[in-house]
Write a protein of this length. Structure first.
Length: 302
């Protein structure tokens, strides 16, 4: 079985991660723009980061047989620096129009401040302007109320829930999100957020409709193989192959495919990588001899 990890921060991961992910069946990833663990102090640092997401990281993933896409946005945590946030909002349109950008995100609330609300709303309007889906970050504190508030604001701006992924769900929020027609994504972490077994239980209770599994692997304690590992645990616990395929592959393809940028045809055919290829003069190789590597295409489901 092949997998999509639709929320993973690969700029924080190693080439070993890419190799292991491809070996485990991950054929495509979506990397949301996010907080780097330390506040950025100038708009130039945002511009360089966004450029890396649509440039070097896309190339680096391709060298390991993985198709890389991204979402672009100002994260809620850094929206509280209003002087800088205004400058970031000004450059977002330049990057939202880039190849491989499949959504505005991840955006939403952190501490649910007035500034976060202001820039969340501005970015929802950008999503409408560019006709892109939206990836939502739900707050880690007061998650239920923050999630309900998020959906209210989205609907105030006239965006269809069918174009919005609300991520970092748990048992408390999933019913609210599903009942209002949104896509419900779950972050599978080794020790926090959602565990693999809790995810299995959610699929058993709610089924696979509009449910998405991702890893959100980043610079912290996290696992870039969370999606295939969760799929395996689902299989071991009697969940059907159809439900595994939907939650770990097809649902992400369906929602982010609405961007026009995320297409299964990008990875279903066998791909040959020439490691002699360069991105702006750079290569992932460190002294090794360049060679051509073939990656078997993903098996297309009927």
């Amino acid at each position: 079985m092949n997998y999509i990890d639709p929320h993973i921060h690969m700029v924080s991961r190693t080439t070993d991660d890419y190799e292991n992910m491809r070996a485990a069946g991950i054929v495509a990833v979506i990397e949301p723009a996010f907080w780097l663990g330390q506040a950025r102090t100038s708009v130039g640092s945002f511009k360089d980061y966004f450029s890396m997401l649509v440039g070097w990281e896309r190339f680096r993933a391709s060298q390991f047989g993985i198709k890389h896409y991204c979402t672009i946005g100002l994260n809620s945590k850094e929206a509280n620096n209003e002087a800088l946030a205004e400058q970031v909002i000004e450059i977002l349109p330049e990057f939202l129009a880039k190849e491989g950008v499949v959504a505005v995100g991840e955006i939403g609330y952190d501490d649910q401040t007035d500034a976060e609300d202001k820039y969340f709303r501005k970015q929802l309007e950008l999503a409408k302007d560019f006709d892109l889906p939206v990836m939502i970050h739900t707050p880690h504190r007061d998650k239920k109320n923050g999630t309900l508030r998020t959906m209210d604001v989205i609907e105030e701006h006239g965006i269809s829930p069918s174009k919005v992924v609300i991520d970092h769900n748990n048992e408390e929020t999933v019913k609210w999100v599903r009942d209002r027609g949104y896509w419900a994504a779950f972050t599978i972490y080794p020790k926090t957020k959602m565990s693999k077994m809790r995810m299995v239980d959610i699929v058993k209770q709610y089924g696979s409709e509009k449910i998405i599994v991702d890893s959100s692997a980043d610079w912290g304690v996290s696992d870039p193989l969370s999606v295939p590992k969760t799929a395996m645990l689902m299989h071991e616990n009697g969940i059907s192959e159809k439900d595994i395929h939907l939650t770990c592959y097809q649902n992400a393809l369906t929602i982010y495919g609405q961007s026009g940028q995320f297409n299964e045809s990008d990875w279903i055919n066998e791909t040959t990588i020439n490691q002699a290829d360069l991105h702006e003069g750079n290569t992932v190789l460190r002294g090794q001899k360049a060679k051509k590597i073939s990656f078997k295409g993903a098996a297309k489901k009927g």
